[in-house]
Ligand binder design. Sequence first.
Ligand code: HEC
Ligand code: HEC
Ligand code: HEC
Ligand code: HEC
Ligand code: HEC
Length: 552
Amino acid sequence: MYGYALAALFGALTLGFSLQVPNESEGEGGGPLGPGPAWHGPVQPIARNEVFATGNGCAMCHAVASTAFAMRSPTGDDVSPHGLWQATMMANSFRDPYWRGTVAKEIAHKPGQAAEIQAVCVRCHAPMAHHTAALAGEPAATVAEMASDPLAQDGVSCTVCHKIEAENLGTEASFSGRPSIGRNRAIFGPFADPAAGPMQMHSGYEPQLGSHIQSSAHCATCHTLSTHYSLGKSTFPEQTPYLEWRNSQYSDENGRTEQSRTCQECHMPDMGTIKIARNPGGRDFLIQPRPFRAHAFTGGNAFMLDMLGEYREELGVSAPKEALGRMAMATRAQLADRTALVTVTKPERHGDQLEFAVQVENLTGHKFPTGYPARRAWLRVQVRAGNQLVFESGKYDETGRLTQVADELAIPHLSRIEKPEDVMVWEMVAADIDGQATTHLTSMASRLKDNRLLPKGWQATGPHTEKTAPLGTEGDADFVAGGDTVQFSVTLPEGTPTGLRILAWLHYQTIPPAWVESMRSIEADECKDFVRMYDASDKTPETIGIGQAFEE
Ligand code: HEC
Ligand code: HEC
Ligand code: HEC
Ligand code: HEC
Ligand code: HEC
C-alpha cells in the first residue's frame, strides 16, 4: 500500500503560516484523497504515494541502458531525463548543504519562528514532501523529520514538474512555490499521442499532453519568490528571474517573435529527435523518435556542484561523481560562452590620464546575476606595461574576498573607476526593516542596491518594474537594457612607457564570503558542516568573459 495513509483524510486544506503570502491557498483542491488507481506492474517505483514517486522509479524506462539506443546523443552520450536530472542542483535542492545551513541560520536569527521558517523553506526545496503533507491536510514536517523521507531527499523531482497543472500559471497565485498539483496520476508532457500503455502498467502514471509544461510560467512557480520580513502583509521580491524575463525581448507571452526564448529553450538544450523511453527490460521500445530536450537545467552554481561531488557520501547524494563533474563542466561552459560578453575600448592617454571603457553585454534571458540574492559579478581590470602591473581594480584573495573594498555589503554602483578601491560589482543588496544591509532572507524588507545587468529589451515602462527596476544606477546613462559600460580614468605613474595593455575579466561568485560570515558563530550542526565544507573548497571565482585592448 501507499507510504502515506491518505484515503481517510478529509477537509479543507488550510495552511496558516504567518510567513507566507496573505490569502495563502494551496490551489490543490480540497476533499478526500482517493485510494488511487490500481496498477499491476511487476516493478514499482520506489517511495510512491498516489501523487508523487521518486525519480528512480522513472529511471526504469527514462534512463539509458547499454542494450538500447534510446536517450543517447548521436555521439552516444547519456542525455536521458534521469541521467542528467540526478546531477542537477534541482535534484539536490534538499541535500544542498548551503540550503541546510541557511535554514539553520534563519532559525537562529528568529528562533520563535522555527516552524514557520521551515515550512516555507521546504516548499520549493522539498516540494514532494511539502505537497504530500499539504494535500493530506497535515502539518508540515520539520527539515530534520524530512531527512529520512525519500520524497524530500529527491528534491525537485520528475513528478513535481510533470504534475504541475495549467491552472493559475503566470499569476501571483502560483508563485512562491504554490503550483496546483493534481490529485491523480496524470503526467504532463509535450506530446499529444504518447504510447501510454507501458508507463501506465509499470508505474501507474498516465502520460498525456500538457503543453503548459513548455511555458516559462511553469518554471515561474518556484523561480518567483516573495519573502516576508514581518508577520503581516509586507513582502519582498527575493527571486524574480521570471518577472525579469517578462520584461525582456525573450518573452513569448504577447506573441512569439524571432527573439523569443522560454526558460526551457535556454536551460533544456534541444537534442534533436530521439526515443524518449526504453523498455524496462533494457531494449528499445517500438516507438518513434521525438523532438527531445535535455534535462540539464544548467545555471551558474558550478561551485556547489563541485561541493556535492566532493562530499557526495556525507551528503547522501545519489548521482555518480562523474555525472556531477559533467554538470559542473556544462555549467562553466555556459558561464563562459553564453552568459556575457566583455569588450575593452582602445585606451587613450591625456597627460598622465589613461582613459578607456569596459563594456559588458548580458546574454541571459533575465538579469545577470539573477535568482538567489547572494550571487555577484565583478570586473577585475589590469593595466600592464610589459610585465609590470600599473593599475589593478577588482582583486580577490584565496578566500574569495574582494581585497580592495572595506565592506563587501556596501559597494556602491559606479559609472567611472579612477582608483584601485573603486570596484565594479553587479549585485543586489537587501536591507532589513531598519535599513541595514542583511543576508538574512527572512529579514529582507527593501533593496539598498540592485545594479544587476538588465536583460535585452528591458523597458522602464514594462511589466513588474516596481519589483525589478534597477536601484542605484540613476544618472549612469550607459547602464542600459542589455548591459553596462564602465569608464576608466586611471592616473599613470610618471614615466609609464607607451604600448600599455588592458586586461578585463568578468568574474562570478555564487556564494560570496560575506554570506557565510554570519554562519560561523552559529552552533547548529548544519551551519558548522557547511562552513567546514566551504572553507575547504576552492574559491577561485568563475570567469564569465575576458576582454583586452592595447595602447598604440
Ligand atoms: C518559491 C520557491 C523557494 C522557496 C520558498 C525557498 N527557496 Fe531557496 N531557492 C529557490 C530557488 C529557485 C533557488 C535557486 C536560485 C538560483 O540558483 O539562483 C534557491 C536557492 C537557495 C539557496 C542557494 C543554494 C546554493 O547552493 O547556492 C539557499 C541557501 C536557499 N535557497 C535557502 C532558502 C531558505 C533558507 C528558504 C526559506 C526561508 C528558501 N530557500 C525558500 C527557491 C525557493
Ligand atoms: C524542473 C522541471 C522538470 C523536472 C524536474 C523533470 N522534467 Fe521532464 N520535462 C520538463 C519539461 C519542461 C519538458 C518539456 C521539454 C520541451 O520539450 O520543451 C520535459 C520533458 C520530458 C520528457 C519528454 C522528452 C524530452 O526530454 O523532451 C520526458 C520523457 C521527461 N521529461 C521525463 C522526466 C523524468 C523521468 C524526470 C525525472 C528523472 C523529469 N522529466 C524531470 C521538466 C522537468
Ligand atoms: C515502463 C516504462 C516507463 C516508466 C516506468 C515510466 N515511463 Fe514515462 N514513458 C514511457 C513511454 C513508453 C512513453 C511514451 C513514449 C512515446 O510515445 O514516444 C513515456 C512518456 C513519458 C512522457 C511524455 C508524455 C507526453 O505526452 O508528452 C513523460 C513526461 C514521462 N513519460 C514521464 C515519466 C515519469 C515522470 C515517470 C516516473 C513517475 C515515468 N515516465 C515512468 C515509459 C515509461
Ligand atoms: C518545484 C519547484 C521548482 C520548479 C517547478 C522549477 N525549479 Fe528550478 N530550482 C528550484 C530550486 C529549489 C532550485 C535551487 C536548488 C539549490 O540550489 O539548492 C532550482 C534551481 C534551478 C537552476 C539553477 C541551477 C544552478 O546551477 O544554479 C536552474 C537553471 C533552474 N532551476 C531552472 C528551472 C527551469 C528551466 C524550470 C522550468 C522548466 C524550473 N527550474 C522549475 C525549484 C524549481
Ligand atoms: C536567453 C537564454 C536564457 C533564458 C531565456 C533564460 N535563461 Fe536563465 N540563465 C541563462 C544563462 C546563460 C545563465 C547562466 C548565468 C547565470 O548564472 O546567471 C542562466 C542562469 C539562470 C539561473 C541560475 C542563476 C544563478 O544563481 O547562478 C536561474 C535560476 C535561471 N537562469 C532561471 C531562469 C528562468 C526561470 C527562466 C525563464 C523565466 C530563464 N532562466 C530564462 C540563460 C537564459
